[in-house]
Design a protein. Structure first.
Length: 153
């Protein structure tokens, strides 16, 4: 888990992207995270979800913390019939972290990434960098500098 955290921090520093890091109590949900971050809603949080297509392909989907990923749109984008969330064991194997701590980049395995345009509506974004007890805050426009190959939807 520290591998992913270290990789995220390293990527941000390499790209000279300013960020703030805070430590807090252990959180699992976007709602809990927004509470400990002192945010009025989970909207500014980045929910990082790993999905598995019916062909066995894993993808990373980034949506605002108060949103759900639209599986119909994801199936259209991935040209599949069915798609569902990866199970906890698959997430740990693919991402290198537990569910609830998946970050929007820096995972153990490179995944095709889909970024909801709604994530970029906030001036700042907040996310767990591979650990349930840390939060990274950065400008949402800088997220695009790290997610250069992401497909926006």
């Amino acid at each position: 888990m520290f591998f992913v955290y270290n990789k995220i921090v390293q990527l941000l520093k390499e790209k000279e992207i300013p960020f703030e890091e805070t430590e807090h109590e252990h959180v699992y949900t976007s709602e809990d995270a927004s509470r400990v971050r002192g945010l009025p809603s989970a909207r500014a949080g980045v929910k990082s979800l790993i999905f598995k297509t019916d062909a066995g392909k894993f993808i990373l989907v980034l949506v605002p913390g108060d949103s759900r990923a639209d599986t119909k749109i994801l199936c259209l984008l991935e040209n599949c019939k069915n798609i569902g969330l990866a199970n906890p064991q698959e997430v740990e194997r693919i991402a290198g972290v537990e569910i609830g701590a998946v970050g929007p980049f820096g995972l153990k395995t490179e995944l095709k990434t889909y970024l909801s345009n709604a994530v970029l509506e906030n001036e700042f974004v907040f996310f767990n960098p591979g650990l349930h007890t840390k939060t990274i805050k950065m400008r949402s426009v800088n997220l695009l500098k790290v997610l250069e190959g992401a497909v926006r939807f």
